[in-house]
Structures are given as structure tokens and as C-alpha cells.
Design a protein around this ligand. Structure first.
Ligand SMILES: *[C@@H]1O[C@H](CO)[C@@H](O)[C@H](O)[C@H]1NC(C)=O
Ligand SMILES: *[C@@H]1O[C@H](CO)[C@@H](O)[C@H](O)[C@H]1NC(C)=O
Ligand SMILES: *[C@@H]1O[C@H](CO)[C@@H](O)[C@H](O)[C@H]1NC(C)=O
Ligand SMILES: *[C@@H]1O[C@H](CO)[C@@H](O)[C@H](O)[C@H]1NC(C)=O
Ligand SMILES: *[C@@H]1O[C@H](CO)[C@@H](O)[C@H](O)[C@H]1NC(C)=O
Ligand SMILES: *[C@@H]1O[C@H](CO)[C@@H](O)[C@H](O)[C@H]1NC(C)=O
Ligand SMILES: *[C@@H]1O[C@H](CO)[C@@H](O)[C@H](O)[C@H]1NC(C)=O
Ligand SMILES: *[C@@H]1O[C@H](CO)[C@@H](O)[C@H](O)[C@H]1NC(C)=O
Ligand SMILES: *[C@@H]1O[C@H](CO)[C@@H](O)[C@H](O)[C@H]1NC(C)=O
Ligand SMILES: [Cu+2]
Length: 577
């Protein structure tokens, strides 16, 4: 049969070319350029004046708003005078740009004072992401912000809303990160204690009367400062709000609620969630969620938004913000009691919420049904030569002087310990409930080398700390990948029977996941992103104290590195000022 002349091959081709041309015209990926200056400034986000790190004068820093496929270029000037800096783009996988991950010691040398460094990467997936310092414990000095990546124009998300708002949650200390870090690495160990305040979108309120110290200069703590008036979210009655709730807490696990309102969870770490309704959201450091909230309550008054500490015994007052129904005055404080949150030690309730998070029907990325390698990571608190540390399989992580990415790409000699850390621990004999079952450990900067393209299972196993009957929640964050969350369990992981219960049907993909007290969490990912990637507890002090590992995969596929990431350790000769 003769084909109709209209459809002869050259014309079909021409048609295709035309259509593709039109699509790419309307959805042309943009290059978005930012010029940021990082410096110390006096700030009083909770009314107490202290040094904070700002970006262009602000903390939280500017929000990056982009469309899927856009290229982000951030020209970062370090004006910290005596301090290095590096910024991590949390949740962005950096496919093809592993040198832009911003992890000091892993993917780059630190940016020196006075230097300008250019980060360039593509935001390849829509969703809610973050950025923050990844040098020492610098993040908790205020260097953080949000990244919102929209779906391409003409594409619809599987949920609808009228307005889009961002709420980054943090905890806030009055002591400097230096004082804290020095305490963590001293003998005897000095712990800074619980944070002074909880901040919602950079605002909190400390009770200045608690500081009746005559040594404080007048004005050090001043509750009249406009800077520390509560954050206000104004809503129009009847409208639906997408709230992008994210936590960059340095220590605390949070529970967030809006008085009198339910929330529908629809997104987690950039992935669509099978919707479920909650009154309270548990959120751990490094996680992002989108919740939909309808302004459908009595509009004649304002309501509290409340943030409470869970998992650790709270010693920080509830963080408060105002859910303001238009046209009520935004500063009209609700007269109702402030939200108290759930019982801080109800870990069953928090485990149940973790289990409720599944991939949305129609948006499921099925996981590979089997894996090539299983790595069981036992999380313990130890002492090493008298120093208090955290360890993973008996190894407390330390960063090398030469970033792994550079060392491996350039075949530098002896940049780190070549002996691979163990894939498992003695799970038969190790009692995770026993106090100080593992008092001594070793420290090392060795890394896990993964076979490129292989499927890897990680089981995070929690245990007792060095305090009796105490186990903490650790939010683990993986750089360079999303992983499938296959399961959570209580007690000790059973390597024979527990994998049979993995969710291989509709697991959510995330980049940060909690391991609950005395429990385990299992995840799976494909080692298909050439580079070197950190995987660590997102609690600032815990990673500083060694709670992390590093994975290498496909290093031979990483091309020529930019000279700008070099200049430290054994990569000194390569530096290009
Ligand atoms: C999408 O549309 C908006 C206006 O509706 C426009 O400002 C924006 O540049 C468009 N984005 C892309 C990637 O085309
Ligand atoms: C602030 O602290 C003082 C002193 O402890 C106390 O009397 C006061 O009630 C507190 N104020 C608030 C608002 O909690
Ligand atoms: C506290 O802040 C208010 C508002 O900015 C200001 O008027 C007042 O002088 C400040 N008090 C002190 C002791 O600095
Ligand atoms: C919130 O959800 C619960 C459980 O589904 C329901 O009983 C309650 O009426 C809802 N509250 C509001 C304010 O919608
Ligand atoms: C939780 O902590 C409270 C005190 O804050 C205590 O009374 C209660 O027994 C604890 N519950 C559990 C399950 O440990
Ligand atoms: C731990 O190390 C210390 C000193 O390094 C030593 O005295 C002690 O016996 C060790 N304990 C165990 C259980 O190995
Ligand atoms: C950890 O290392 C210590 C000291 O080398 C050893 O006694 C202990 O058995 C190890 N623990 C585990 C769980 O491997
Ligand atoms: C990696 O795996 C994918 C399938 O999952 C395959 O298409 C691709 O060719 C593999 N690449 C390499 C370099 O093995
Ligand atoms: C720890 O818990 C066990 C069992 O619940 C109990 O017997 C023991 O007294 C507790 N120890 C401390 C120090 O609280
Ligand atoms: Cu931790």
C-alpha cells in the first residue's frame, strides 16, 4: 500500500522538528544568575543580638525560584574576614556537576576569605529544596535558605492550590558555633545544651527577662525590635495554601502545627506523596514537605502556628508564628493557648507518620527488586582517646585535608585511609539497648567504593547512646541521589526476615530520612551518579563528631575538574587563584 504523500518521511521529520522547536521555545530552560556576598552581621532573629552569617544582608538568605531544567549560577563572595565557607545545594543531585555539591572536604576545598567562587548546576527536578553552609558547623550561624523548583509551564502538578509559601524551620543558639564546636572536641566534653529559640522563617522570640545579667550591654536582648516580631502568614478566607515546610535544625526534631487546621501532605523531598491528612507534622533536619492548608476556619480571628521539639526532652519554648486571616490585623496575637505538640517521647506516633509516607499513585518510581550490596550502618556513641564521638560500624568519620573528589580524580597519593570501612557490624552479639556496649571506637577517613550502576541497600541501625535508656533520632541525608525508603522497624534489624517486609510497591523517594530511637531504617539507591557523595546525620553536632560516611561511584567517568575547587591539601599545586 502506498503511504499518503503528506506522511512521507521528510515531511514527518520536518513536522517533528517544527513541533520540538515550538516546545523548546515556550519551555526554554533559563540561566538564573545570583551574586551573593556572605558575611557576619549583628542579627537578633529571636530578639537576642549576636553574630550571624548573612547572604546579602539576610538570614535566611534569598529564595532561589526556578523552573525544572534551569541552570543556576551563584557567584559567591566570601566576606567572612577570617573564615572559610562552602555551600551545599541540598536535594539537588548535581548530575554531571559533582564538583558543585558544595561539601567541603568531599567535593571541594573551602572558599577562602576574600575569594569568589562560582557554583553552577542544573535543577533537574521540580520540588522543594534547600541550601546551606557545609563547612564545620557553620550552617547553624544562619547560612541557609530555600530553593523552589516549579514544574515546566504547561505541566500540572497532581494537586492544586491558590498560593505558594515557604516556611524554613530552625533552632537557634545564643552561643557561637566556635564555642559549641570547641566544647564538642574538648576533654572533658562540653555540651552546649538545648537551643534557646525555635525560628519560623528566621523569626523567633526569646524571653529577655531570663537574662537579667548586669554584664549584658543594654539592648543586647530587646523584645521591641521589629526584627523579632513573629512571622506572619496572611491568608485569604476560602483559599488553599501550599506551605513548603522545611527543617534546617541544627539539633532538634520538630513537630509543626497550625491551630485549628488540618494539613494534607502532598510532597516530600521533591517527590509527590499519596495525600494524607494530619494535624501535626513531624519534620527532621534536612527534610522538606509540602502541605496543603485551606483557610476554612472562623475568619474573625488569627491562629497560632506552633513549632515544638520532639524526640529530645524539650527545654526550648514553643516557636510561634501567626496564621493571619485577612483582613484581621497581622499583629493581632491569638488569645488562645499556644500549641503544645504531642508527647515529646512518643516515638510510636512518629514512626507511624514515617510509615504513612508513600509515593503518590501515578508517580511511583518502582525500585529495583533486588540489590547487589547491603551495608548495615550501626550508629553508636563512643569515646576515642577520651573524646566523645559518634561512630558508624565502630568508625568515627573524619574529613581529609584533600577533598576525595580531587584526590581520586587526580590519583593523588595517600590522601586518605585506603582500607574500606566494614559493611556490617556484629549484629548477633551487639546489644543495641545496653549502655555503653561499644565504648571505644576508631576514627578514620576511609570511604565506601561502590560498583558503578549497582543497586545498594543501606540499613541504618540505631542503638543506645552513652546515657542509660537513651537513643536519639538521627536524620540521615544522602548527597547526589534520592533513595527509596523500603522500611522502618523497631529494635534490631533482622537481616533474614525484615527484607521480606520491604515496601517494593510504592516506596517514597527521599534524600533525608530519620532513624527512630532503638529502631532501623532501610533504603535503596542506584550508584549511578559519577562522583563522591557524603551520607551523614544532618544534626550539625553529630556529623561534626563523626556520624557520617562517604560513597564513591564511577569516579573514572568524572571528567576534568574545575581548578576553582582545588588549592588545599595535596591539591595545592593545582590552585588557580
Ligand atoms: C513560565 O510562564 C511565566 C509567566 O506565565 C513566565 O514568567 C516564565 O518565564 C515562564 N517560564 C518558562 C521556563 O518558560
Ligand atoms: C519571662 O521570664 C520571666 C522570668 O522568669 C517570667 O516571669 C515571665 O513570665 C516570662 N515571660 C513570658 C512571656 O514567658
Ligand atoms: C529596643 O528596641 C526599640 C525598637 O527598635 C528601641 O526603640 C529601643 O531603644 C531599644 N531599647 C534598647 C535598650 O536598646
Ligand atoms: C481534621 O481531621 C480530622 C480527622 O480526619 C477531623 O476529625 C477534623 O474534623 C478535621 N478538622 C478540621 C478543622 O478540618
Ligand atoms: C515520656 O516523658 C514523660 C515526661 O516528660 C514521662 O512522664 C513518660 O513516662 C514518658 N513516656 C514514655 C513512653 O517514656
Ligand atoms: C577503651 O580505651 C581505654 C583507653 O584508650 C582503655 O583504658 C579501656 O580499657 C578501653 N575499653 C574497652 C572496653 O576496650
Ligand atoms: C569496636 O571496636 C572495639 C575496640 O577496637 C571492639 O572492642 C569492639 O568489639 C568493636 N565493636 C564492634 C561492634 O565491632
Ligand atoms: C546502567 O544501568 C542502566 C539500566 O539501569 C543501563 O541502561 C546503562 O547502560 C548502565 N550503564 C552502565 C555504564 O553500565
Ligand atoms: C533503664 O530501663 C530499664 C528497663 O526499663 C530499667 O530497668 C532501668 O532501671 C533503667 N535505667 C535507668 C538508669 O533509668
Ligand atoms: Cu545524629
Amino acid at each position: 500500500m502506498e503511504a499518503p504523500s503528506l506522511l512521507n518521511p521528510p515531511r514527518v521529520l520536518l513536522l517533528i522538528v517544527l513541533c520540538v522547536g515550538i516546545v523548546s521555545l515556550t519551555e526554554a530552560a533559563k540561566v538564573r544568575r545570583y551574586k551573593w556576598e556572605v558575611k557576619y552581621e549583628f542579627k537578633a532573629p529571636d530578639c537576642f543580638r549576636k553574630l550571624a552569617i548573612s547572604i546579602n544582608g539576610r538570614t535566611p538568605g534569598p529564595t532561589i525560584l526556578a523552573h525544572q531544567g534551569d541552570t543556576i549560577i551563584v557567584e559567591l563572595k566570601n566576606s567572612l574576614l577570617t573564615e572559610n565557607v562552602a555551600i551545599h545545594w541540598h536535594g539537588i543531585r548535581q548530575i554531571g556537576t559533582p564538583w558543585s555539591d558544595g561539601t567541603e572536604g568531599v567535593t571541594q576545598c573551602p572558599i577562602l576569605p576574600g575569594e569568589t567562587f562560582i557554583y553552577k548546576f542544573v535543577v533537574d527536578r521540580p520540588g522543594t529544596y534547600l541550601y546551606h553552609a557545609h563547612y564545620g558547623m557553620q550552617r547553624e550561624a544562619g547560612l541557609y535558605g530555600s530553593i523552589q523548583v516549579s514544574v515546566p509551564n504547561g505541566t500540572k502538578e497532581p494537586f492544586s492550590y491558590d498560593y505558594d509559601r515557604s516556611l524554613v524551620l530552625t533552632d537557634w543558639y545564643h552561643k557561637s558555633t566556635y564555642e559549641q564546636a570547641t566544647g564538642l572536641s574538648s576533654i572533658p566534653f562540653v555540651w552546649v545544651g538545648e537551643p534557646q529559640s525555635l525560628l519560623i522563617q528566621g523569626k523567633g522570640r526569646f524571653n529577655c527577662s531570663l537574662l537579667a545579667s548586669p554584664s549584658l550591654a543594654p539592648g543586647t536582648c530587646n523584645t521591641s525590635l521589629p526584627e523579632c516580631s513573629p512571622f506572619v502568614l496572611t491568608v485569604v478566607p476560602g483559599k488553599t495554601y501550599r506551605l513548603r515546610v522545611a527543617s534546617l535544625a541544627s539539633l532538634s526534631a520538630f513537630n509543626f502545627e497550625i491551630e485549628g487546621h488540618n494539613m494534607t501532605v502532598v510532597e516530600a523531598d521533591g517527590h509527590n506523596v499519596e495525600p494524607f491528612v494530619i494535624k501535626n507534622l513531624n519534620i527532621y533536619s534536612g527534610e522538606t514537605y509540602s502541605v496543603l492548608v485551606k483557610a476554612d476556619q472562623d475568619p474573625s480571628r488569627n491562629y497560632w502556628m506552633g513549632l515544638n521539639v520532639v524526640s529530645r526532652k524539650p527545654a526550648t519554648p514553643t516557636g510561634l508564628a501567626i496564621f493571619n486571616y485577612y483582613p484581621n490585623h497581622p499583629r493581632r496575637m491569638p488569645t488562645t493557648p499556644t500549641p503544645v505538640g504531642p508527647l515529646w517521647n512518643d516515638s510510636e506516633y512518629r514512626l507511624a507518620q514515617s510509615l504513612a509516607i508513600k509515593a503518590r499513585q501515578g508517580y511511583i518510581h518502582p525500585p529495583p527488586l533486588t540489590s547487589h550490596r547491603q551495608i548495615i550502618l550501626l550508629n553508636t556513641q563512643n569515646s576515642i582517646n577520651g573524646f566523645r564521638r559518634w561512630s558508624v560500624n565502630n568508625v568515627s568519620f573524619t574529613l581529609p585535608h584533600t577533598p576525595y573528589l580531587i584526590a581520586l580524580n587526580q590519583n593523588l597519593k595517600h590522601p586518605f585511609d585506603p582500607i574500606a570501612p566494614p559493611d556490617t557490624y556484629d549484629y548477633v552479639n551487639y546489644d543495641i539497648f545496653k549502655l555503653q556496649d561499644n565504648p571505644n571506637a576508631t576514627s578514620s577517613n576511609s570511604i565506601y567504593r561502590l560498583k558503578f550502576n549497582s543497586t545498594v541497600d543501606i540499613v541504618l541501625q540505631n542503638a543506645n547512646t552513652m546515657v542509660a535508656n537513651n537513643s536519639e533520632t538521627h536524620p540521615w541525608h544522602l548527597h547526589g541521589h534520592d533513595f527509596w525508603v523500603l522500611g522502618y522497624g523497631k529494635g534490631k534489624f533482622d537481616p533474614i526476615n525484615d527484607p521480606k517486609k520491604y515496601n517494593l510497591v510504592d516506596p517514597i523517594m527521599k534524600n533525608t530520612v530519620p532513624v527512630h530511637p532503638y529502631g532501623w531504617t532501610a533504603l535503596r539507591f542506584k550508584a549511578d551518579n559519577p562522583g563522591v557523595w557524603a551520607f551523614h546525620c544532618h544534626i550539625e553536632a553529630h556529623f561534626y563528631m563523626g556520624m557520617g560516611v562517604v560513597f564513591e561511584e564511577g569516579i573514572e567517568k568524572v571528567g576534568k575538574l574545575p581548578l576553582s575547587i582545588m588549592g588545599c591539601g595535596a591539591s595545592k599545586g593545582s590552585h588557580n587563584p
